[in-house]
Design a protein around this ligand. Structure first.
Ligand code: P6P
Length: 338
């Protein structure tokens, strides 16, 4: 019978082989993220049965209506990150300000976390996959003091780890610590995330493009021309491609990473800098994409190279198979959009 490798076992193995000097702090942090994911999974899976569906009647910092599960997920991840004793601060999509922990168990914490606790949550009521996205950095400010904005406004290239949880037909946790990408499927019978997608590598090209074509009229010309390129018939280059757009970043990205494809969220009328947030959506997904052999850009810049200026900053985002990202950039350059 094939040996099942649980997430915690894998984390310790990776620590011993890749980071022998590590003291287990990162492993403990990741373990608590796994616990929070299991708690959120339990509520997402029974959302239709208990009074946790629907709107909370409040708005988040983005002015977006909060779903009850948004708030539950945010509180659950915040509590587990604090309980780990390894996190000294959190930037969350659901909170306008930073949250810092620097006393007691967290007085020696050296990591900060940027997270979207439940991305795509407006899809919950119609049973569409949603996700949690997180990124982990080493703090820059002195240990034992309150985390500062500078701890959070680090470039994506300084990231220690990134991951997401997709709550879909099954619940899968995917993460990278800078040494490849691995996916773990939750086995409800034992309550453990088990290695199911070892060493994920994204295809260099693919047949799937993902974009909300409802905004077509307002897209930059280069994006419009790329969409037409995808729709043209050309057997030599496997076109026409297939349009697949779920409206849930984690679900769209996860499918494209496994099958090959390109996700595009360009500037629009309502979001002239793009809709997706740099710190807790684009950067973690970009890190994972690159570790899987993909590429991620925000207009002309590699997303991970951007210097963040504000916690909830939005950027245009193009991520996926490297040859498809390059082709889109050709159209953007030809149209002088970048
Ligand atoms: P639109 C969900 O609200 C989200 O932040 C991402 O998960 C998703 O990719 C995007 O917004 C969808 O945005 O404008 O197409 O509905």
């Amino acid at each position: 019978m094939q040996k099942v490798i649980a997430l915690n076992e894998f984390i310790i193995q990776q620590q011993q082989t890749d980071y022998p000097a590590a003291g287990g702090n990162f492993s403990r942090l990741l373990h608590h993220i796994g616990i929070a994911a299991k708690k959120v999974n339990r509520e997402v899976n029974k959302a239709g049965l208990i009074d946790i569906l629907g709107k909370a009647g409040t708005e988040n910092v983005q002015g977006e209506e909060q779903q009850k599960l948004d708030i539950y997920a945010n509180e659950t991840f915040m509590a587990e990150l604090q309980a780990s004793g390894e996190c000294c601060g959190i930037a969350s999509e659901e909170n306008e300000d930073l949250t810092t922990f620097h006393e007691g168990l967290c007085s020696t914490a050296k990591y900060i976390v940027c997270m979207d606790p439940l991305d795509g949550s407006s899809n919950i009521d119609v049973n569409v996959s949603v996700g949690t996205i997180f990124s982990i950095y080493r703090r820059k400010s002195p240990i034992g003091t309150p985390a500062t904005r500078e701890d959070f406004l680090q470039k994506g290239t300084d990231m220690v780890a990134a991951g997401y949880v997709i709550y879909g037909s099954s619940t899968v946790l995917v993460y990278t610590a800078g040494n490849g990408v691995n996916g773990f499927t939750l086995d409800p019978s034992i309550g453990e995330f088990c290695l199911s997608h070892p060493n994920i590598k994204t295809p260099r090209s693919g047949k799937i493009y993902s974009i909300n074509e409802g905004y077509y009229e307002k897209f930059p010309m280069g994006v419009k021309k790329y969409i037409k390129y995808c729709q043209e018939k050309d057997t030599a280059t496997n076109r026409p491609y297939t349009s697949r757009y779920i409206g849930s970043l984690v679900a769209d990205f996860h499918r494209n990473m496994l099958k090959g494809g390109l996700f595009i969220y360009p500037p629009t009328d309502s979001h002239p800098n793009g809709k997706l947030r740099l710190l807790y959506e684009c950067n973690p997904i970009a890190f994972i994409a690159e570790q899987a052999g993909g590429a991620a850009f925000s207009d002309s810049r590699r997303t991970l190279d951007l210097q963040p200026e504000t916690i909830h900053q939005r950027v245009p985002f193009y991520v996926g198979s490297p040859e498809m990202v390059s082709k889109l950039q050709e159209f953007l350059k030809a149209a002088k959009d970048i």
